[in-house]
Structure formats: structure tokens, C-alpha cells
Ligand binder design. Structure first.
Ligand code: UGA
Ligand code: MN
Length: 244
């Protein structure tokens, strides 16, 4: 089976640093197919060159966020959904290029700015339908995690800094899905219509129920992924925002 890792990415000063880190993590994973989706009109040479250098198996796509939906430098980051267009483009690619019952694998949404231990990929390989695990440094907490019922070992609630009562209070980095489900449920996509902060929850609702989630990473006691974010750097003494 192949792990299809979907990474939206957009141009800003830290982009090459972020993509260098994530691509070099993926170089340590034997069976990965990286789907990189640039938030731009055309493929950029920065991303094309980085992909070529990596030697990874990569599908390189573009999907530009419409101007109205695009986060502006002055906006607080929660104001707009991020990565919607790009993840949908990758899902469409999977559904157009892979075949149910022939192609086997998993789908994992890997934002370009997080930090991933290679251990998360061995956990993904254990998934039957939908696997979940803790995510470090997210939602104002040291760690967000599914809470397991000690009797049944199943997910009964979530420890989350923000709306823990969401049907699935899990960050994008905290779950992966069997490719079969992605190929079966062709209407499951991300959407601007979703309530802010509900992308993960609503997407997961297409595939599973809380009771059926498969807790991984040692029954959700280990952290193998961190929701990090590089601060906007100083360039020539000025803090630079979204535009390069
Ligand atoms: C959190 C979640 O971890 C994201 O998975 C989720 O998409 C986002 O909230 C949301 O609610 O929309 P956060 O760290 O705030 O993530 O978002 P970013 O890391 O800035 O963006 C997520 C992904 O979208 C990244 O891979 C980023 O490169 C990409 N992105 C961001 C674009 O392609 N275009 C943009 O204009 C901004
Ligand atoms: Mn992020």
C-alpha cells in the first residue's frame, strides 16, 4: 500500500524552508507518494526544482484559491479557510487516476508547515478505515487528543482547546483515511461553506462515526506530529507577511 500525502503550499518567504523539511521527512518513508498542490496559477520553479531534487515520487498540481477566499496579510488567520481548493484538487486527482479495489493505500493531509515524526507513517500503515492520534502544539494546548473509554478502548470524547464538542475535534494532522473510502465516497470534499474550523470535522463525517475511529500511536498516548508554524520572518529589518 502507498501513503498518499497531500500538501497544499503557497508562496511566502519561509516556503522553501518548510518544503525542504517536509520533503526530507518524506525521503525517510519508503512507500510514499507526495501530492503537492500549489496555491498559484502556474507551477513555480521553486517548487518544481525542490521536487526534482528530492527524488520522491511526486504529483505536482496547482489550484489557486479564489481572490475572495484568500487570506489577506491584515486578516486574522481564522477568517478564511486555508487549503480547501488545493486538497480538493488532490482528491480529484486520486479519484481520476486510481481505481477502487486495484490501488491500495492511505490518504494523509500534510500541511507544509507542521513537523512530522517518521513514526506517524508506520501508524498509518495499521489503518483499516480511519485512524486518529494526538497532535502536539495545537488549539492553545500542549497536545490535543482523542480521549479513549478505558473499558472499550474506543474514542469517547476529545481533549481540544477549541470546541471539543465538534463531532470530530481533530486537527488535519491527526487522522488518515483508507484510500478505498476516498475512492468510494466521491462526494466527500472540503468546502468554503463549512463553518470556520469545521473542515476536518465535516470531512470526517462523510466516512465514519466517532465510535469507529481507530486510535493509534499507542492508544493515543504518543505525539508523532506537531502543529508548528514558522513566524513571519524579518527581511531587511521588516516583518514580511503573506506575499513574497
Ligand atoms: C489549521 C489546520 O491545521 C489546517 O489543516 C486547516 O486547513 C486550517 O487550520 C483551516 O482551518 O483552514 P493553520 O496552521 O491555521 O491550520 O493553516 P496553514 O498551515 O496556514 O494552512 C494550511 C495549509 O494550506 C498549508 O499547507 C498551507 O501551505 C496551505 N495554504 C495556506 C495555502 O495553500 N494557501 C494559503 O493562502 C494559505
Ligand atoms: Mn499550519
Amino acid at each position: 500500500p502507498i501513503i498518499y500525502a497531500i500538501t497544499p503550499t503557497y508562496a511566502r518567504h519561509v516556503q522553501k524552508a518548510e518544503l525542504t523539511r517536509i520533503s526530507q521527512t518524506l525521503m525517510l518513508v519508503p512507500n510514499v507518494h507526495w501530492i503537492v498542490v500549489e496555491d498559484s496559477e502556474d507551477k513555480t520553479s521553486l517548487v518544481s526544482n525542490l521536487i526534482a531534487d528530492s527524488g520522491l515520487k511526486v504529483t505536482h498540481l496547482v489550484a489557486k484559491t479564489p481572490p475572495f477566499e484568500k487570506l489577506q496579510a491584515k486578516d486574522p488567520r481564522w477568517k478564511r479557510h486555508r487549503g480547501v481548493e488545493q486538497r480538493n484538487k488532490a482528491l480529484l486527482w486520486l479519484r481520476s487516476n486510481l481505481q477502487l479495489n486495484t490501488d491500495k493505500g492511505y490518504v494523509y493531509f500534510m500541511d507544509d508547515d507542521n513537523v512530522y515524526s517518521i513514526k506517524v507513517f508506520s501508524e498509518i500503515m495499521k489503518i483499516k478505515k480511519v485512524g486518529v492520534w494526538p497532535v502536539g502544539l495545537v488549539g492553545g494546548l500542549n497536545v490535543e487528543t482523542p480521549i479513549l473509554d478505558p473499558e472499550t478502548g474506543k474514542v469517547k470524547a476529545y481533549k481540544s482547546g477549541w470546541k471539543p464538542n465538534r463531532p470530530f475535534a481533530i486537527d488535519m494532522a491527526g487522522f488518515a483515511i483508507n484510500l478505498d473510502l476516498i475512492l468510494e465516497k466521491t462526494d466527500a470534499n472540503f468546502s468554503y461553506k463549512m463553518e470556520k474550523g469545521f473542515q476536518e470535522s465535516q470531512f470526517l463525517s462523510y466516512f465514519t462515526k466517532k465510535e469507529d475511529l481507530e486510535p493509534l500511536a499507542d492508544n493515543c498516548t504518543k505525539v508523532y506530529v506537531w502543529h508548528t508554524r514558522s513566524e513571519k520572518p524579518l527581511v531587511n529589518g521588516v516583518v514580511v507577511g503573506y506575499e513574497v
